[in-house]
Design a protein around this ligand. Structure first.
Ligand SMILES: Cc1ncc(COP(=O)(O)O)c(C=O)c1O
Length: 398
């Protein structure tokens, strides 16, 4: 039932608009029968992991899809980042954005490498190459760019800096599977790139991830490292870890790969509905995707300008959650404000003004196959009601 006044809002006196919670990142699931067939085959053949046929097929499928020489499937993107960082020989200090999921920083700190947090460009939400240059010290060995929301980093500028300063360049492409940069599929930039196939990503393998690279020697090393470093039966040449993807995850991935176009077109369509139904609302802006590139549209990202709306992003999130719309703050707080980094570098915020500003403004709204035009129109009507009554709501929230 349509809500017409502040009193109708669930946070005050009303009932939640949605009976069931609407999540950001509700899993997409491809052809169920096909998944079941593949899982039954795995169970029949009793080959669950370690060089199985489904992992092999998934890796070759991704290589072909991206147009990259090597894909190494890994149990998740955090472990994939850790393995790529170690295989690339990063140590000392590595420059990363703070406006990212904490895993990007943890993958370094886990190996006692210092993440040096660098500010972002407020337009792109990605690493600002001019700031990167300023953060380089004699201890710097690499840069990790994150393609936030699937919108590519300035790959040319970062490659140029890495090349000139003799640094390794890795991309955390956790958000950017099936996206392009200057018409080229993300996955082939830098020394290597890492995807996440976590259940909340638009393309999932339950849990999972991959390192992709065009570097033969690096790929070989990563293949060994993800299998304890075994170079031969009962022989290791360096430290390794168990980063293997299992066969059931790969079967899920292969099946979801077959539905990839459908997942993307649903996300794209939903993004268009949000554009339509949020049009003309003062003080909020939906991030823009460049029409000349390909995207997966898995994040519907709003920026809230509290000067104009009278309400903060957090106020809006509070009201939406009461309506069972589980909008999410991203990435809030920035990594530099989370432990252990906050204690290690208590003043780093001074160098991160754009990160701090953005981390207070961004929220993501539900999309994916779990929502359609009707839900999106209703979500947008609620946002409209909230913003049109910003002052009254602010007063009552106090
Ligand atoms: C930017 C970024 N990096 C890394 C990760 C970690 O991915 P995983 O959950 O597969 O370990 C995520 C997960 O959401 C992410 O968003």
């Amino acid at each position: 039932m349509k809500k017409n006044s502040v009193d109708d809002l669930a946070f005050f006196n009303g009932n939640p608009f949605f009976l069931e919670q609407l999540h950001v990142g509700r899993p997409n699931i491809g052809n169920r029968q096909k998944i079941e067939e593949r899982i039954n085959d795995i169970l029949d053949r009793k080959w669950l992991t370690n060089g199985g046929k489904y992992v092999y097929e998934l890796e070759r499928g991704i290589e072909q899809f991206i147009g990259v020489k090597h894909c190494i499937a890994i149990c998740n993107a955090t472990v994939a980042l850790g393995i790529a960082i170690r295989a690339l020989g990063m140590k000392g200090e590595v420059i990363v954005p703070s406006f990212t999921f904490i895993a990007t920083a943890h993958a370094l700190q886990w190996q006692e490498i210092t993440p040096v947090f660098c500010d972002i460009d407020p337009q792109t939400h990605n690493l600002d190459p001019r700031q990167v240059e300023r953060m380089i010290t004699p201890r710097t060995t690499g840069i990790i760019g994150v393609h936030v929301w699937g919108r590519a980093c300035d790959t040319d500028a970062l490659s140029e800096i890495a090349h000139r300063r003799n640094l390794r360049l890795l991309f955390d492409a956790a958000h950017a599977f099936a996206c392009t940069s200057k018409g080229k599929m993300i996955g082939g930039f830098g020394d290597a790139e890492v995807f996440s196939f976590h259940g909340t990503k638009f393309f999932n393998t339950l849990e999972g991830g991959a390192v992709v690279t065009n570097d033969d020697a690096l790929a070989h090393k990563i293949r060994l490292m993800k299998n304890f470093g075994f170079t031969n039966y009962d022989q290791t040449d360096y430290v390794g870890i168990n980063g293997k993807m299992n066969e059931v995850s790969a079967a899920m991935g292969l099946t979801n790969l077959e539905s990839l176009d459908e997942f993307i077109s649903v996300n794209h369509r939903n993004y268009g509905f949000y554009q339509t139904y949020l049009a003309g609302l003062n003080g909020i802006s939906l991030i823009v995707y460049d029409q000349t590139e390909k995207y997966n549209y898995q994040y519907v990202v709003l920026e809230i300008d509290s000067q104009k709306t009278g309400l903060t992003r957090d106020d809006l999130v509070t009201i939406l959650h009461a309506e069972n719309i589980l909008a999410r703050r991203y990435f809030s707080p920035g990594c530099h404000q989370m432990e252990p980094y906050r204690s290690y570098f208590p003043n780093s915020g001074l160098l991160l003004p754009q990160t701090e500003r953005l981390a207070q403004r961004v929220l993501c709204l539900p999309t994916g196959t779990a929502v359609g035009e009707m839900e999106i129109r209703q979500i947008c009507e609620l946002i409209r009601l909230v913003l049109e009554n910003g002052e009254e709501i602010k007063r009552r929230l106090k």
